[in-house]
Design a protein around this ligand. Structure first.
Ligand code: SF4
Length: 228
């Protein structure tokens, strides 16, 4: 283990010095380019008529690089990762190589896929924008908050210890919440069931859009700019 850590540290040092990637402990994939929310601060969903998604062949190809770069954790982002019907198969390929899987999700499909999530992934991070009224107003999907809540409950019913974390994004111009209100929010009953501290992602008010992408983001060494 100590030897592995040493090699990892060396790889990261070389990456910093050479500006060429020699280590990628965490990789972010975009399994599906579309989204099932219509957030006010984003226009990814406007391209839902032109979606693309990762295939098993794509992941098998990526795997060569991920193994070479020492990737240990893969985050399935989006758009909405759960919209890819083969998402769990993609995860199986990566997990077979010892990598862990996190799903970033809007939460709308959590209930439907609760069994696969519990048995074939390692963590879920769900987007939560505020109170029920605020969340639904931002997501612009009827009952988005309720579906998220029911999804979390479904996962927890199968495995109370399964890690689910809430993440909030805030654009000062559009989202009337901040870190303090997020802390208050996490005191609500169903959110108490999440097993890890919440994340808070701030966005500059001058750059409210997540952007329209021409296709799936295959990998990224930085945190996702757009919450799912
Ligand atoms: S912000 Fe995230 S959840 Fe909302 S529409 Fe964009 S990609 Fe979907």
């Amino acid at each position: 283990m100590a030897r592995t850590f040493g090699i990892d540290a060396l790889r990261r040092y070389i990456t910093l010095k050479t500006h060429r990637i020699h280590a990628l402990p965490v990789a972010i994939l975009m399994p599906h380019s579309g989204c099932n929310c219509q957030c006010v601060m984003c226009d990814i969903w406007k391209d839902n008529g032109n979606t693309q998604q990762l295939t098993e062949a794509d992941v098998q190809t990526l795997l060569v690089s991920l193994k070479k770069l020492g990737t240990r954790w893969v985050v399935m982002s989006g758009g909405e990762a759960l919209m890819n019907p083969n998402l769990f198969l993609l995860g199986d390929i990566l997990r077979a190589e010892g990598m862990k899987i996190t799903i970033l999700s809007t939460g709308l499909l959590l209930k439907r896929y609760a069994e696969g999530i519990v048995s074939r992934t390692d963590e879920v991070i769900v987007s939560l924008d505020g109170s029920e009224a605020v969340h639904n107003a931002i997501r612009r999907i009827p009952n988005a908050y309720q579906k998220l809540r029911d999804g979390v409950r479904a996962v927890k019913a199968l495995d109370p210890a399964f890690p689910i974390r809430p993440a909030a994004s805030s654009n000062a111009a559009t989202l009337p919440i901040g870190p303090t209100s997020l802390t208050l929010l996490t005191k609500s009953a169903w959110i108490k069931s999440v097993s890890s501290p919440p994340m808070f992602q701030a966005k500059p008010s001058t750059a409210p859009n997540c952007g329209t992408r021409s296709g799936p983001r295959r990998s990224n060494s930085t945190p996702a700019n757009c919450p799912s």
